[in-house]
Design a protein around this ligand. Structure first.
Ligand SMILES: [Zn+2]
Length: 151
């Protein structure tokens, strides 16, 4: 077994890689299913998190892309948080519920942004970015991910 490799503590079915945690773990799969997000042409990058992230960032220039991007980051964050709750506190987070909540909040923010016609989305992304980065730093194997994100 390689350094830093361990079995996913959420499902016990596979190695806990970034890809597994965020895309392939049954928890994650369920979570993405309820999220109204589909990154066309990017799903096939899911076997390499840093590629996927890169593609997704690139795609956020598409129409509505910024919005989808911030929601996607939010979902990643929720998955990560749920994982930590389980690993460190043995608490099961109802991800489906928290995603639904996040969606409601997201749509609210979206409406407000539309109302004000101000590009607040950008600032939100940045703070979500910063939020996510130190969290990810906790996983040893993702140094390349973090590096590819910093611009
Ligand atoms: Zn798993």
């Amino acid at each position: 077994m390689g350094k830093g490799d361990s079995v996913c503590k959420c499902c016990g079915q596979d190695m806990e890689t970034l890809e597994h945690t965020f895309f392939f773990c049954p928890q994650a799969v369920k979570t993405w299913k309820i999220a109204p997000i589909y990154w066309e042409g990017i799903t096939e990058c899911q076997n390499n998190f840093s590629n996927w992230w890169h593609e997704m960032r690139g795609a956020s220039n598409r129409a509505e892309g910024e919005k989808h991007f911030s929601l996607t980051v939010n979902i990643l964050w929720q998955i990560w948080r749920a994982r930590n709750e389980w690993v460190f506190n043995s608490m099961r987070v109802d991800l489906q519920r928290s995603i639904r909540k996040a969606l409601e909040k997201w749509m609210e923010v979206d409406r407000q942004t539309e109302d004000k016609k101000r590009p607040e989305q950008e600032g939100m992304n940045r703070s979500l970015d910063q939020w996510l980065l130190p969290q990810e730093g906790c996983i040893r194997m993702n140094t390349s991910v973090a590096a590819s994100k910093v611009q």
